[in-house]
Design a protein around this ligand. Structure first.
Ligand SMILES: Cc1cc2nc3c(=O)[nH]c(=O)nc-3n(C[C@H](O)[C@H](O)[C@H](O)COP(=O)(O)O)c2cc1C
Length: 161
């Protein structure tokens, strides 16, 4: 068998892109969380999934609103990826970012590569996470650029290896 550390370390060998999940808090204000547990499910109908830990604020906000945004980060947004991975009370650094509003008010993180606006179609609780299946209702793209990546528990730029 293997222990939790071995499992975590093995999982870290899967290189991923990095997203920021955007939601609205209880006061209708934008809220963001860095996430790499994102996947496409199918093209028709357009469907994706994200896995959200129960200890996050984002989990409560998605439960309350039934909708969320997925913003795919580009390499230049590494600082933002690190910022939104912190607990809100620790987000004290001076990081610049702006939101736009999507059709139903879900925040769009400006300058990301891609934005998907999603409505929760279904969810599955497993352990301390919920898998949210999202119907993609709106898609926005910016000029293409290199994606931000995460691998081996760190930011990863294949061009620099
Ligand atoms: C690269 C990276 C990927 C992450 N992916 C996820 C994820 O997929 N799901 C999740 O629940 N937390 C993920 N996290 C942790 C959250 O970003 C972190 O717990 C955050 O503080 C939650 O914010 P919130 O409580 O304001 O929602 C990730 C962190 C990093 C650095």
């Amino acid at each position: 068998m293997f222990d939790a550390d071995e499992f975590r370390s093995a999982l870290s060998q899967f290189a991923t892109g990095v997203t920021v999940i955007t939601t609205l808090d209880e006061e209708g204000q934008p809220h963001s969380m860095t996430a790499n547990a994102f996947s496409s499910i199918c093209l028709d109908p357009p469907t994706i999934l994200v896995c959200v830990a129960h200890g996050t604020h984002t989990h409560g906000y998605v439960e309350n609103t039934g909708r969320f945004g997925v913003n795919i980060l580009k390499q230049q947004q590494q600082e933002l990826g690190a910022y939104f991975a912190k607990r809100p009370e620790d987000r004290t650094d001076d990081v610049e970012y702006h939101y736009s509003e999507s059709e139903d008010g879900v925040p769009v993180l400006d300058d990301s590569l891609v934005f998907f606006r999603c409505e929760v179609l279904g969810s599955h609780v497993y352990g301390d996470h919920t898998i949210y299946v999202g119907a993609v209702k709106e898609l926005r793209r910016n000029e293409s650029g290199a994606p931000l990546m995460f691998y081996d528990s760190r930011w990863y730029n294949p061009a620099e290896e």
